[in-house]
Design a protein around this ligand. Structure first.
Ligand SMILES: [Zn+2]
Ligand SMILES: [Zn+2]
Length: 209
């Protein structure tokens, strides 16, 4: 989970709110139909060209996301916080709207759609930032999950006997991803611009929950 500090109230936002997020990625054998997935939780992909909508798997029905739950599409204000995400493969900005629960470090949202995306070598990303994590190749693992690696870390993976059965150029897969979701590439220097600001109070429509 990305945001787990104490939540503030749930509110509904008229305008989309921008935040940072990391995803996992899957693809078909030809690397032509990449799909974004949550890094943990639901195995369902974020659908291309339509908003992702949060659901809750708890039995007791409640509005999603709920202050007292962990449901919702998670996103953070500072890109640096994504380095602690488990298995980040795609990093980028995301528009969030509908019902939002605000946390000190980010949000849980009802609806979301990616804005700008970039593949990262996760080993580089853990050590550095987005700009210093440009992958060279993408390995397609069993089950279709994708692992982007720079050449240095591909060599390391091979040295330790980590299987990378099918490889494709990272730029090709990244381009297919941007095409599928009709979004732009996240500039390599973008994260240096820092975190997202919270919207002004005027943008909040209703308060509740
Ligand atoms: Zn819930
Ligand atoms: Zn690397």
């Amino acid at each position: 989970m990305l945001v787990e500090d104490l939540p503030r109230a749930a509110q509904t936002f008229a305008e989309p709110v921008l935040a940072w997020r990391a995803w996992a990625l899957s693809t078909d054998r030809n690397f032509t139909e990449p799909r974004l997935h949550p890094v943990i939780g639901s195995p369902r992909p974020w659908p291309p060209l339509e908003p992702a909508r949060a659901t809750c798997r708890r039995l007791r029905p409640h509005p999603v996301p709920d202050v007292g739950c962990t449901c919702g599409l998670h996103a953070v204000l500072q890109p640096g916080a994504l380095r602690w995400t488990r298995d980040p493969v795609v990093v980028g900005t995301v528009a969030l709207w509908g019902r939002l629960v605000e946390h000190e470090r980010g949000y849980r949202a009802e609806f979301g759609y990616p804005q700008r995306l970039r593949l990262v070598c996760r080993l580089c990303f853990w050590q550095r930032d987005v700009a210093g994590s440009v992958p060279d190749v993408v390995a397609r693992m069993r089950g279709g999950r994708v692992l982007p690696l720079c050449l240095e870390h591909l060599e390391l993976a091979h040295r330790y006997g980590f299987p990378t059965p099918t490889l494709a150029p990272a730029r090709k897969v990244e381009q297919a991803l941007l095409c599928a979701y009709a979004v732009d590439l996240l500039g390599a220097d973008a994260p240096s611009a820092g975190g997202m600001r919270r919207p002004a109070d005027a943008a909040r429509v209703t308060a509740g929950g």
